[in-house]
Design a protein. Structure first.
Lengths: 770, 75
């Protein structure tokens, strides 16, 4: 959630609250110019900010409300309680959307359609109030009847033409939806194919297509101006339909058809859709197949039975069933084994699809029961929203409990050493183990509260990829995998920026133009995928493209031009290492600066951002085949692993993530370059700094004979050796940021309490290096 | 283009009929408003092409080859 969004949420809530209060006061105390002004302004500001954060459904709804209020503002309408109700309902809707937006960063998929329905209700209010003022009799109906759903004429027509295919069940209510889709006149120019959307409607019962404004004479017909109205009736659920029409919410109305509107079920006709004749025919074929179901016999008979069955279904307008039978029949005939075909027949005959509708179920054939289970789950597992800071407080407490528990271990050691009470020590140790286990479990359970699925970040990318690829005239399909992988909220929140850079780069630099791809024999449509997976306690996120890959020689040349590395160093780099130079600060391989990326920032931002939370970035690329960038991230950042070292008589903590190895150096391995010391490690020269000196502490007098202890750590992409006096411990600790007077002290990443009660300063190596 | 005219004057839709076919089909129908249309070999009809058919209502030779249109369109 960026700052703009956070600000919008806070502001929107305040405005909704203020407008609600004013509306209620308006109704209670009557209208004053000032009050109406204030309400109008609140709606207006809300509409404006909804536009800024790009929530079209919210703008649409508020726009309609604004029209209504401007009527009051201008004195054309009286603020009756019906109108106040309407405006309040609109605010309720807005506030639900703000909640959704805060939680998921987006509006729910049916928002567009809800917006349209709400806008329509508000507009109805305007016309009804007008009518009321003119004293027309039909005005008395008020908005309630609109909300209750007076069945529109077109819906009744659809229901009537569906005829016997739908019928009212006796007890359980059925949910049928009527869709009216009026594509914009210019929709063909946008590449829309309205029929294609209709083709996707599941459980279609009736379809109608007609001219919206009548047909002109053929001579003056514009073939590219859409003048159609498409309507249908479906037994699918609303979510499925909303998702199909999600890109054209302003052109579609989806209306519930109450079961009372359906024709009553004719007596003794349960399987309304499958004609009795068809059923008899199909049952006969099944019987025949069962009788001779020995393997390897009667291929001709199997074929004939399948053909007859398929034709029967086709006769019944069940093209889908006919096709399934044909496929199963062909495979049965080729194997001489009818068992699969029989299973399919059983499935169809014993659970006819519209008998299911009559039974009040809307599950589709062959679909797992998941979609309906989802609905009931919504009631069973309502998420509890808790302020992040409350969870953080729990984490801190759990952390302190662990520290206190570590203190207990220290006590046991002293008990054994100083008093010698073996039995007592053992008993305390046993209790300590129990507390340790419980404290650990408790911490894990609390950390679990902060776990969110990475889908939260992934969700915004399909849209971004679509927009960016359009802007760049490239074609790219976008795939995400592992969206349900969970990890700490901080990590998930932090992922957006790096992923954005990576996806942008892949589209801009990785993916070739469609013509180029065609000439290379690649599919024109490129694929960019983001996938997440857990590997132990790490979260691995990969951004993969099938573009041109990164040429190591180009990277070397660029690095030389930008003076990032010398010729010799570059030549020494293996190709795999060379391509990773694109993460270096100030590197950009873009031939020209484009709108999308290539401003010389980006990839280094990825490395820095990911590095800040203890993550690593690596890259593999094959020229002509594509590039994979891999982010290796911690799944929680509440606990850090540190190494406790001693230098100048003091203990310091160093992040284990930074430490690559520890070495004991005999004097002959250390070379001196002027005042600096260094040594060779895996063909690299690593400088040595004394940690005591860096911290302005007295350095232990170096003897020329003894080996020196050096901790090699990576800081800012470079290796450095820190000479220490001793390595004491490796710990998992809760790191607390520096607070109070020390919060500005440079060189420290934070503090932690040790088991003996002393405070350990954990170093920020990057800052202490000269 | 998947729209053509047979030697007997019948206009034929063949295979996938994309949006561009709408204009071609309309021109053919404007030239010979009484010609019949054979769409049995069309496997996928774009909305714009169907719109021309609906507006012109030519005599149809056979059922539409696009299975979805055949099943759901009531002419």
């Amino acid at each position: 959630m960026n700052e703009l969004h956070a600000q919008f949420i806070t502001e929107a809530r305040e405005l909704v609250e203020q407008a609600s209060d004013d509306l209620i006061a308006l109704e209670r105390d009557g209208a004053s110019v000032e009050r109406i002004d204030r309400i109008f302004r609140a709606f207006h500001t809300l509409k404006g900010s909804a536009g800024v954060v790009e929530l079209p459904p919210m703008s649409l709804t508020l726009h309609a409300a604004e029209d209504l209020l401007s009527g009051i503002h201008a004195g054309r309408l009286d603020p009756t309680s019906t109108i106040v109700d309407g405006a309040l309902a609109c605010l309720d809707q807005v506030s639900r959307w703000v909640d959704d937006f805060e939680i998921r960063g987006a509006l729910p998929s049916q928002a567009g359609e809800d917006a349209r329905a709400m806008a329509e209700q508000l507009r109805d209010l305007i016309s009804e109030e007008h009518a009321a003022e003119r004293g027309k009799p039909e005005a008395g109906t008020g908005s309630a009847s609109v909300a209750e759903g007076r069945l529109a004429e077109w819906v009744s027509h659809l229901v009537a033409s569906a005829g016997a295919r739908i019928s009212r069940p006796e007890k359980i209510p059925v949910n049928l939806l009527a869709v009216s889709y009026e594509p914009r006149s210019g929709c063909f120019y946008d590449g829309d194919d309205p029929l294609q959307l209709m083709r996707q409607v599941p459980d279609l019962l009736v379809f109608r297509i007609e001219a919206r404004d009548g047909w002109p004479p053929l001579a003056s017909l514009d073939p590219y101006a859409c003048n159609l109205r498409l309507r249908c009736l479906s037994a699918a659920d609303r979510a499925a339909l909303s998702s199909i029409f999600r890109l054209v919410p302003d052109q579609v109305r989806i209306i519930d058809v109450p079961s009372s509107a359906l024709p009553a079920e004719p007596a003794n006709r349960r399987d309304a859709d499958m004609g009795a004749l068809v059923r008899t025919v199909v049952e006969e074929q099944r019987r025949m197949l069962r009788v001779g179901s020995g393997v390897g016999e009667g291929i001709g008979r199997i074929r004939a039975a399948a053909r007859v069955t398929a034709n029967a279904f086709r006769h019944d307008r069940r093209q889908d069933l006919a096709e399934r039978i044909e496929v199963a029949g062909a495979s049965a005939a080729s194997r001489g084994d009818v068992s699969d075909l029989l299973l399919l027949l059983d499935e169809i005959l014993d659970q006819p699809p519209t008998a299911r509708i009559a039974d009040g179920e809307v599950a589709r054939l062959g679909e797992p029961a998941g979609s309906t289970a989802e609905g009931s789950e919504r009631f069973a597992r309502r998420p509890l929203r808790v302020d992040e800071s409350k969870i953080d407080a729990l984490i801190n407490l759990a952390g302190e409990l662990i520290v206190a528990k570590n203190g207990l271990a220290h006590l046991v050691k002293r008990l054994e050493a100083e008093i010698g009470g073996r039995d007592l020590a053992r008993a305390i140790r046993r209790d300590h183990d129990v507390i340790e286990r419980l404290a650990g479990e408790m911490r894990a359970a609390i950390l679990q509260l902060r776990m969110v699925p990475v889908a939260q970040v992934f969700r915004s990318f399909p849209r971004l990829v679509r927009d960016m690829s359009r802007q760049l005239s490239k074609e790219a399909a976008f795939v995400t995998r592992g969206e349900t992988t969970e990890c700490d909220k901080t990590v998930v929140d932090l992922l957006f920026e790096p992923l954005l850079h990576l996806v942008r780069n892949a589209l801009d630099h990785g993916i070739e133009d469609p013509e180029q791809r065609r000439s290379l024999g690649k599919p024109e449509m490129a694929t960019i995928s983001i996938q997440a997976a857990r590997a132990g306690d790490r979260l691995i996120v990969e951004v993969i493209d099938d573009g041109r890959g990164i040429n190591p020689d180009t990277v070397r040349r660029k690095a030389r031009e930008r003076g990032l590395l010398g010729d010799q160093e570059l030549a020494a780099l293996a190709d795999e290492q060379a391509v990773e130079l694109i993460f270096a600060a100030g590197f950009s391989t873009a031939a020209e600066v484009s709108d999308i990326s290539g401003r010389g920032v980006g990839m280094d931002v990825v490395r820095t951002t990911v590095g800040r939370i203890g993550g690593r970035v690596s890259l593999t690329s094959r020229v002509g085949v594509g590039t994979t960038v891999r982010l290796d991230l911690p799944t929680t950042i509440a606990m850090s692993r540190i190494m406790v070292v001693e230098a100048g008589g003091q203990a310091f903590g160093i992040h284990m993530d930074a430490v690559t190895e520890t070495v004991r150096l005999t004097p002959d391995r250390i070379s001196r370059i002027k005042t600096n010391e260094g040594f060779v490690l895996h063909d690299h020269v690593v400088p040595i700094c004394s940690l005591a000196e860096l911290m302005n502490l007295p350095r232990k007098p170096a003897s020329d004979l003894t080996a020196r202890l050096v901790v090699v750590a990576e800081t800012g992409g470079k290796l450095a050796g820190f000479e220490v006096d001793a390595i004491r411990d490796r710990l998992e600790v809760v790191l607390k940021p520096m607070q109070g007077l020390l919060s500005n002290a440079r060189g420290y990443a934070g503090t932690t309490l040790l088991g003996d009660g002393s405070v350990l300063l954990v170093l920020d190596l990057k800052e202490i290096l000269p | 283009v998947s729209v053509s005219r047979r030697s007997d004057g019948t206009i034929v839709l063949d295979g996938r009929c994309p949006v561009e076919d709408a204009e071609v089909l309309l021109e053919l129908l404007q030239a010979t408003p009484a010609a019949s249309l054979d769409w049995t070999q069309c496997i996928h009809l774009h909305t714009a092409v169907l719109q021309v058919v609906l507006a012109a209502r030519p005599p149809l030779a056979g059922q539409c080859g696009d299975a979805w249109v055949r099943q759901w369109l009531e002419l």
